[in-house]
Design a protein around this ligand. Structure first.
Ligand code: SF4
Ligand code: SF4
Length: 68
């Protein structure tokens, strides 16, 4: 079975709501740097191999990230 990966629900994610400067706290918290924000105010995207640690799930104030 494949390991769970963090998946952003873009219908819930709202970078303007979760931090005053538009910086995604979940991407900032990702120890692997696979969840990245290309620019401030943009929703984060996955690059490379998510290790499934769920740190980003805990760090997202809007609960927009699920492990799937
Ligand atoms: S912390 Fe959550 S709601 Fe905020 S930008 Fe990141 S994924 Fe979206
Ligand atoms: S589950 Fe861990 S490795 Fe994967 S995106 Fe979230 S913080 Fe990064």
């Amino acid at each position: 079975m494949a390991k769970p990966m963090a998946v952003v629900d873009y219908s819930v994610c709202d970078p303007g709501k979760c931090s005053p400067d538009g910086v995604c706290p979940a991407a900032k918290a990702c120890p692997q740097k696979t969840l990245k924000q290309e620019s401030r105010g943009e929703p984060p995207v996955q690059f490379g191999m998510c290790k499934g640690c769920a740190t980003c799930v805990t760090a997202c104030p809007l609960k927009a990230i699920k492990m799937m």
